[in-house]
Design a protein around this ligand. Structure first.
Ligand code: SF4
Ligand code: SF4
Length: 96
């Protein structure tokens, strides 16, 4: 389980680069982040919570939603909105 980047959604704001506690996200030549050493990503979700465009997602293990399920986070006025995107197109959203 590690962070993934949706290049189409990334606006190159750089916010995720500042919050990864392991310094694993680094700016590529085009300004978009790349995940250096993905095996060191411990899925803390700090980068997801900071991204204003839901360009970052975590790939969930089978025990938490099945193969291919992605988790995104969005800041809302009343808190964080977590959405699981299942491989069959369904989604499930929770607030925290
Ligand atoms: S999930 Fe955490 S450890 Fe992994 S890249 Fe994002 S901020 Fe870094
Ligand atoms: S926070 Fe999101 S939009 Fe900003 S650079 Fe990172 S992935 Fe791209």
């Amino acid at each position: 389980m590690s962070a993934r980047l949706d290049l189409e959604r990334c606006s190159r704001c750089g916010r995720c680069l500042e919050v990864c506690p392991g310094g694993l996200l680094r700016a590529g030549p085009d300004g978009r982040p790349t995940l250096a050493e993905p095996e060191r990503c411990w899925s803390c979700a700090a980068c997801l919570k900071e991204c204003p465009n839901q360009a970052l997602a975590l790939s969930l293990p089978p025990s938490l939603g099945g193969r291919g399920t992605l988790l995104t986070a969005a800041r809302r006025p009343d808190g964080l909105e977590w959405t699981a995107h299942f491989p069959d197109g369904r989604t499930k959203t929770l607030r925290s």
